[in-house]
Design a protein around this ligand. Structure first.
Ligand SMILES: NC(=O)c1ccc[n+]([C@@H]2O[C@H](COP(=O)([O-])OP(=O)(O)OC[C@H]3O[C@@H](n4cnc5c(N)ncnc54)[C@H](O)[C@@H]3O)[C@@H](O)[C@H]2O)c1
Length: 358
C-alpha cells in the first residue's frame, strides 16, 4: 500500500473511460495526500468493473448525486472535451474544487465563462496539464525563474509518432470500454485539424507558456502532406523573446518532443518521452556562471500522480498552485484559436483579438 498522510483530499472522478483508467484512478489511489473516494459514470457495466478494480468508497451513476455528497471535496473531470466546461461549472456550483482534463474548453467564450466562475467561487481549479509535474520541466522552470535572466528565444516541439499506439498498448493497462458510455454527438476525429490541435496542440502551447510566459501573437503555417499535419508557429512573447513551435502529427519516427531555451545566464535542452512511459524528461541545464551542465534524474516520473498531489496540496495546505490555472486554460485556448486563424487567414494573429473556437 502507498504511504498516506493523515489529512487527505477525498476525490470523486467523473468518467471511467480511458484517461481515468490509465491515469486518474491509480493517481488518486497512490497519492500521499488524496484518496480515490468516489467514481462516477452513467455506463453501469463500466462503472461496476472499475468499482471492483479500484475499490473507491462510493460509486455513482449520477454526477449530480456525486456532487451532492458532502464527503466529496473535489472532482477530477475525465470526460470528452465537450463536457469539460459544463461539468466544471456544475462542480464549482456545488462547492467542489476541480481538476479538469485538458483542453479546458474549445472556445474562448466558454473558457472565459469558466474562468469567471472560478474567480467568483474562490475554489481551486487546475487544468490537467500534467507535464507541469514532470520533474525535468520543473527543474528547467526553476532555472528560468531563478537564474536564467532574460530569455532570448525558445523552441518547442511536440511530434506524435505513427507508432504511438504500439508504444502505449505495450505499457498501459488494458482499457475497458462500454457501449453505454456517454459521448458527444459526432466523430471528434472528423475534423483532424481541430482534433489534433485540441488533443496535442494544447500540451505544446501550455509548455510554451510555462517557460516563455504570455504569448502576444502567432504566425502559423500548416503543411498537410503525406498524411502528416505539421504546424510551424512563430511566436511573439510579451517579454520580448522569440518562439518557434512545431506541432507535427504524426512523424515517421519515435515520439519526438522537447524544447530549447536560450537565456542570458544559461541554456536548457529538454527531451520529453511519451507520457505513458512515466519517465521524467531528460533536461540539461547549462549554467554560464560555472560553465557546468546539470541534469536532474527525476526518479519519480508519475506526472499524473504528482499532479493530483499538487492539486491536493494547494487545497489542503494553501501551497502555491504548480499546475495550470483557469487563466492558463483561457490563454491556451486563445493561442490554439489564434494558430487556427493564422493558418486560415495567412497573417499574424494577436491572441487578444480572437474569439470563437477551433
Ligand atoms: N492529460 C493527458 O495526457 C490526456 C491523455 C489522453 C486524454 N486526455 C483527455 O481526457 C479526455 C478524454 O477522456 P477519455 O478518453 O477517458 O473519455 P471517454 O469518453 O472514453 O470516457 C469518459 C467517460 O465519462 C462518462 N461520462 C461523461 N459524461 C458523464 C456524466 N455527465 N455523468 C456520468 N458519466 C459521464 C462517459 O460515460 C465515459 O465512460 C479528453 O479531454 C482528453 O483530452 C488527456
Amino acid at each position: 500500500m502507498p504511504t498516506k498522510d493523515d489529512r487527505r483530499l477525498r476525490i470523486g472522478v467523473l468518467g471511467c473511460g480511458q484517461i481515468a483508467q490509465a491515469a486518474h484512478f491509480e493517481s488518486c489511489t497512490k497519492a500521499r495526500n488524496a484518496d480515490l473516494f468516489a467514481i462516477c459514470d452513467v455506463a453501469d457495466d463500466l462503472r461496476e468493473r472499475m468499482r471492483w478494480a479500484h475499490d473507491p468508497r462510493k460509486s455513482f451513476a449520477s454526477y449530480e448525486a456525486m456532487l451532492a455528497d458532502p464527503d466529496v471535496d473535489a472532482v477530477v473531470i475525465a470526460t470528452a472535451d465537450a463536457y469539460h466546461v459544463p461539468a466544471s461549472l456544475q462542480a464549482l456550483d456545488a462547492g467542489k474544487h476541480v481538476l479538469c482534463e485538458k483542453p479546458v474548453a474549445a472556445t474562448v467564450e466558454d473558457a472565459e465563462k469558466l474562468s469567471r466562475a472560478v474567480a467568483r467561487t474562490g475554489l481551486v481549479f487546475q487544468v490537467g496539464h500534467m507535464k507541469r509535474f514532470d520533474a525535468g520541466l520543473q527543474a528547467a522552470k526553476a532555472f528560468v525563474d531563478d537564474e536564467m535572466g532574460d530569455l532570448a528565444a525558445l523552441k518547442a516541439w511536440y511530434c506524435d509518432s505513427t507508432h504511438r499506439y504500439a508504444m502505449t498498448d505495450a505499457v498501459q493497462p488494458l482499457i475497458v470500454s462500454s457501449a453505454k458510455a456517454r459521448k458527444p454527438a459526432g466523430n471528434p476525429k472528423a475534423d483532424l485539424r481541430r482534433y489534433y490541435m485540441l488533443a496535442h496542440g494544447s500540451h505544446l502551447l501550455d509548455t510554451a507558456r510555462y517557460f516563455g510566459g504570455e504569448i502576444v501573437s502567432v504566425q502559423a503555417r500548416l503543411s498537410e502532406r503525406a498524411g502528416m499535419f505539421c504546424w510551424f508557429v512563430d511566436v511573439e512573447y510579451a517579454g520580448g523573446a522569440l518562439g518557434h513551435l512545431d506541432l507535427t502529427i504524426a512523424v515517421r519516427m519515435d515520439w519526438h518532443e522537447g524544447f530549447q531555451l536560450y537565456g542570458q545566464n544559461g541554456s536548457v535542452v529538454g527531451k520529453t518521452y511519451n507520457p505513458w512511459y512515466f519517465k521524467t524528461s531528460d533536461v540539461e541545464i547549462f549554467h554560464e556562471r560555472d560553465a557546468v551542465t546539470r541534469r536532474p534524474l527525476g526518479a519519480d516520473g508519475h506526472f499524473y500522480r504528482r499532479q493530483v498531489e499538487g492539486f491536493a496540496d494547494t487545497i489542503l495546505n494553501g501551497a502555491p498552485m504548480l499546475g495550470a490555472t483557469a487563466e492558463d486554460g483561457v490563454a491556451s485556448v486563445r493561442a490554439m484559436v489564434a494558430v487556427a486563424r493564422s493558418v486560415e487567414e495567412r497573417r499574424t494573429v494577436r491572441l487578444a483579438e480572437v474569439s470563437g473556437g477551433l
